[in-house]
Write a protein that binds this ligand. Structure first.
Ligand SMILES: Nc1ncnc2c1ncn2[C@@H]1O[C@H](COP(=O)(O)OP(=O)(O)OP(=O)(O)O)[C@@H](O)[C@H]1O
Ligand SMILES: [Mg+2]
Length: 212
């Protein structure tokens, strides 16, 4: 589903990521782990096409990122990749419904309220479509971010620290929702986290090394 080859990145002349080869099949779930500063978020950004690595090649769903310009990458990401980061980046001035419609618009897709309702209902947010993000609990806001990540039926879902700051019950729930939503689109799921509680639940692991 995606392949990274000889991917290296530096910030301010310091090597932060060095990945010889990583290949993942459609529908698999992977955990990216490693201590703080080992490059987990950097790797998610590279996979999302938000950050261009200093060296190496990235190909997602048969698309070589090097062949896309900035606009093409934005469209590709909007259509094929769902992203849930620890900071949710919901648009505060828009309702929950309009946050979802915006994700469709940014991907160049028709705005489909029925699909948005369906996703919200599936996440138990049916009653919150007209609410603004500040009117939601943290767990609800997290589920809206998840709804936005899957609304365009992505082939790849990327999640960064989706469970930190959650108690054990909510951690399990967040992980299960993420897995179920990814499975619902037959998407590949990549979770970057140092949350030990998720470790046993995912068989495929990529461990990044500590860098001083
Ligand atoms: N925009 C940036 N400019 C300069 N250095 C950066 C930038 N982003 C990240 N770094 C550095 O790159 C290294 C890897 O950072 P990254 O955020 O990928 O780590 P991480 O594994 O996600 O850590 P954490 O578990 O704390 O989230 C760190 O040393 C960090 O300081
Ligand atoms: Mg990080």
């Amino acid at each position: 589903m995606f392949a990274l080859s000889s991917v290296r990145h530096e910030f301010d002349g310091k090597r932060v990521l060095d990945l010889a080869h990583w290949q993942v099949a459609r529908g698999e779930t992977w955990l990216v782990r490693g201590p703080s500063g080992s490059g987990k978020t950097t790797l998610l950004h590279i996979l999302a096409g938000i950050l261009k690595p200093a060296e190496g090649s990235v190909s997602v769903a048969g698309q070589d990122y090097a062949r896309l310009g900035a606009g093409g990458l934005d469209r590709f990401r909007g259509r094929h990749i769902g992203i849930v980061l620890q900071r949710l980046h919901l648009v505060g001035s828009l309702t929950v419904m309009n946050n979802l419609l915006l994700a469709q618009y940014l991907a160049g897709l028709p705005q489909d309220r029925r699909r948005a309702r369906e996703v919200l209902d599936g996440l138990g947010l049916g009653g919150k479509a007209a609410s603004h993000p500040h009117q939601l609990s943290h767990g609800q806001a997290q589920r809206v971010a998840l709804a936005r990540a899957v609304i365009n039926q992505p082939q790849l879902v990327l999640a960064g620290e989706p469970t930190s700051n959650l108690d054990d019950a909510r951690c399990r729930e967040a992980f299960e929702l993420l897995s179920a939503q990814a499975a619902g689109c037959n998407a590949t799921l990549v979770i970057a986290t140092h949350d030990q509680r998720i470790r046993e639940r995912v068989a495929n692991r990529l461990t990044l090394e500590a860098r001083s």
